[in-house]
Design a protein around this ligand. Structure first.
Ligand code: HAM
Length: 437
């Protein structure tokens, strides 16, 4: 029997599950529209090469890849970023700047399935191309907050941890590390929260033991939680580059504060992000209680469009996942209970009445009402029971007696009162009853 079960980490959406997923997508889409982002989509299967040495070792190890019947090396997409870079890169000159795009799509990663992590999941991706300054980060972090705030989640439920790989590069350079060592160290910093000291093992294997005093400074820099602290730390370094970077930090934080979002944002230099392509500001959203894996992650990736064959185009973006978002909404009681009840349940006497009722059912549905009826003839009692169970607000009754008089009975199932209406006025009468008239 095992072959008939879902593969581990893949999800089935029964109607009530799909209603919840659709609810999440609907509010994400609404947020993106209000920020003026345009929606796009792309293939789910991509050349394996697109992810090799671009997304980073972790994602590369999680790819669902195979050779297709034409001998091509292909992979199910594990993320959208390389794909959207290709799309934008191919038409960059024709696109109006700034390019603000979003998508909602399914992704695949061969991860160990656990709470908040599956092998198939959906992401909302939003990215801005062509804007080098922190104004793009302001727009995206504000959108990320709206993507969670739209559900009723507040600053007490989630927050965005904000960090900067540029600052890390400058800092580590000042400590005497070269670019290769710095990249390895950023990997260690990314793993540190999960693994502790073990995270530095890979560095030691490649470059020899890390100097104890330098390690102290690195661990200290990871503890930085405010702009004032950043300013204090970098003063000791005395570097020109850092002055410009601090100006970017101030613009970013001032912009977010002016939008009233300061309470959602926490400077946190322990965040560096695991993906290989990030170049500047990086950020991740988490629930405040810290029960869940990351809700969202993103950052600047100014080199990727060019690396994938496009023009030199600065870019920044983020993705938010449906799995952790759904878990957080459930935990906070913010996931609505979706009842898919009809507006009208039609009760039908017999074959002759059915034929008459069908015309009205079509007219009601064409007018936008949700209408159900029993597919097979059944006793009236059984049909009224079905009408009550369906959750319909109204029952329309097509009995022999009614039709002989040229009327239809309309029953308010909650108020338990009924009236007769002329057959030619059924649609108007239903509209009237449902609007409380
Ligand atoms: P990421 O941090 O790998 O970033 O994923 C973003 C979000 O997708 C995560 O915070 C999480 O909510 C969700 N996610 C990732 N993997 C899984 C999984 N196995 N199961 C469930 N949810 C998952 C990226 O993917 C970047 N491409 C984001 C980006 C867009 N950067 C710039 N633009």
């Amino acid at each position: 029997m095992a072959t008939f079960q879902t593969l581990p980490g893949f999800r089935e959406f029964y109607p009530e599950d799909l209603a919840r997923r659709n609810h999440i997508f609907r509010l994400w889409r609404q947020a993106a529209n209000s920020f003026g982002f345009a929606e796009y989509d792309a293939p789910v299967l991509e050349p394996l090469e697109l992810y090799k040495a671009k997304s980073g070792d972790e994602i590369e190890g999680q790819l669902f890849n195979f050779t297709d019947k034409g001998g091509r090396e292909v992979a199910l997409r594990p993320e959208m970023t390389p794909t959207v870079c290709r799309l934008v890169g191919a038409k960059a000159n024709a696109l109006k700047r700034p390019i603000k795009w979003f998508s909602i799509a399914e992704f695949f990663r061969y991860e160990r399935a656990q709470k908040g992590r599956q092998r198939s999941f959906y992401q909302f991706n939003a990215d801005i191309f062509g804007e080098p300054g922190p104004e793009a980060e302001i727009e995206l972090i504000a959108l990320l907050i709206q993507c969670l705030g739209g559900f009723g989640l507040t600053k007490d439920d989630f927050y965005v941890r904000l960090s900067d790989r540029d600052l890390w590069f400058f800092y580590l350079e000042a400590l005497g590390f070269d670019a290769g060592q710095t990249r390895e160290l950023l990997g260690a910093i990314d793993r540190f929260e999960k693994m502790g000291d073990e995270a530095f093992k890979a560095y030691a294997e490649k470059f020899g033991a890390l100097d104890a005093a330098k390690k102290e400074r690195i661990l200290g820099f990871m503890q930085v939680r405010s702009l004032a602290q950043i300013e204090g730390e970098v003063q000791k370094l005395d570097q020109q580059k850092i002055a410009g970077r601090l100006a970017d930090w101030r613009r970013l934080l001032d912009g977010l504060a002016a939008m009233g979002l300061a309470d959602f944002v926490q400077v946190d230099l322990s965040v560096v992000r695991g993906l290989a392509y990030y170049t500047g500001f990086v950020f991740e959203a988490f629930d405040r209680k810290g029960d869940l894996r990351a809700l969202a992650g993103g950052g600047r990736y100014n080199d990727l469009v060019k690396k994938l064959g496009g023009p030199d185009l600065p870019a920044v973006g983020f993705a938010i996942g449906d799995v952790t978002t759904g878990l957080l909404l459930e935990q906070r009681g913010l996931m609505p209970n979706f009842v898919q009840a009809p507006d009208v349940y039609v009760v039908i006497g017999g074959e002759a009445e059915r034929r008459v009722a069908f015309g009205d059912i079509q007219a009601l549905r064409a007018s936008g009402f949700r209408v159900e009826y029993p597919l097979k003839d059944a006793a009236f009692g059984k049909q009224f029971k079905a009408a009550a169970e369906s959750g319909a607000k109204l029952a329309l009754i097509y009995g022999g007696d009614e039709l002989a008089k040229g009327v239809v009975k309309i029953r308010d199932l909650a108020a338990r009162d009924e009236r007769e209406v002329g057959r030619d006025t059924v649609v108007a009468a239903v509209r009237d009853s449902l609007s409380g008239g």
